[in-house]
Design a protein around this ligand. Structure first.
Ligand SMILES: [Fe+2]
Ligand SMILES: [Fe+2]
Length: 336
């Protein structure tokens, strides 16, 4: 590994910790619209699985693994929150993997113009897995000063990558150092990012020697809570139970968007089938699962009659049973 000498100096932000027995109030917004810029992590799952095995398996360090860039795509969503007074907060959730592919997806969805105009409030990194993070150069080429909110578990390698580091073993280099503010949101409580928007960092071990993932909770007035994820390595049950146990808005669940990490690489196990069945007990009224949720898990959700949001099946997304590349989902009061 080699890193730029200027480096970046992350700032740690402590979470708010509610008193025992008290649920945190995060405010409310009018609506949230989530656009899938790309939910295609990689093109060929069989090849991705083979490459992980050839690189030492799921416990090996991703920064020392070499993947064929032609199989790389990436996960990234745009989260647009409309406040109660009409103000908009824009969050780019993750940066994808293949920088050229991501630059093309940004062009196709207009995110390139938003980044260049400084109209995206922050880049929110769910976790540092390659398919969410190695495309960072496509973001920084358009907005090198963007504020980045990373999980408090961010590794030294990831910080070096943001600062313009290169990893010869992995065959990757970030040619555009990040020049803006980098804040690490520490685990252990709730971070309010805007009215009605909160983030929680889950300190969990993840494949490929990564640690920690953070997820967003957005409270839509009159409707309830929307949970938004990158990969959800903490598990969808942990994600939702956290809201029920710690957020006042968790008393009424409304929607779910993103990768749920149930069966990303293989058929469903019985335990994974049980996770899908457990999801049905929460009463969500809109489920937009994609990315690492896995096709068999999404098929089972449809079979069980869950309120699934479909997609257009274009630009590399396979099938119309889930929200795909370029598709947007709006969570708002029914009258809106
Ligand atoms: Fe992922
Ligand atoms: Fe991941």
């Amino acid at each position: 590994m080699s890193a730029s000498p200027q480096g970046c100096h992350p700032e740690d932000r402590q979470p708010d910790v509610a008193q025992p027995g008290q649920a945190a109030v995060i405010g409310a917004c009018r609506s949230v619209t989530v656009t899938s810029i790309s939910e295609t992590g990689w093109w060929d799952t069989g090849r991705f699985v083979e490459e992980i095995a050839a690189n030492g398996g799921k416990t090996a360090c991703q920064w020392e693994m070499h993947f064929d860039p032609d199989n790389a795509a990436g996960s990234c969503s745009l989260v647009e929150v409309e406040g109660l007074r009409g103000e908009t907060t824009r969050i780019l959730l993750d940066a994808g993997w293949n920088r050229d592919y991501m630059a093309e997806r940004f062009r196709a969805t207009g995110v390139d113009r938003l980044l260049a105009a400084g109209a995206i409030d922050f880049l929110y990194l769910s976790h540092e897995h390659l398919d969410h993070f190695w495309g960072i150069e496509a973001v920084l080429a358009l907005a090198p000063d963007i504020t980045i909110l990373a999980p408090g578990t961010l590794s030294e390698a990831a910080a070096a990558w943001l600062a313009g580091g290169s990893f010869p073993q992995a065959g990757i280099a970030n040619r555009v150092p990040h020049r803006g503010k980098l804040t690490r949101l520490l685990p252990g409580g709730i971070h309010r990012l805007a009215d009605g928007v909160a983030s929680v960092t889950f300190d969990v071990p993840i494949w490929l020697d990564v640690r920690g993932e953070q997820s967003l909770y957005v409270n839509v007035a009159d409707e309830g809570l929307v949970c938004i994820t990158g990969c959800c390595h903490q598990g969808v049950v942990a994600l939702v139970d956290y809201a029920i146990d710690h957020l006042d808005a968790g008393r009424r669940l409304y929607g779910l968007f993103g990768g749920l990490h149930i069966a990303p690489l293989a058929p469903l196990t019985e335990e994974q089938r049980e996770t899908v069945r457990a999801l049905g007990r929460y009463g969500f009224r809109k489920i937009a699962a994609n990315h690492c949720t896995g096709a068999p898990a999404i098929a089972l959700m449809h079979e069980l009659g869950y309120p699934m949001v479909g997609g257009s099946g274009r630009d590399g997304s396979q099938g119309t049973d889930h929200v795909g590349n370029g598709d947007a989902v709006r969570f708002a009061a029914a009258a809106d």
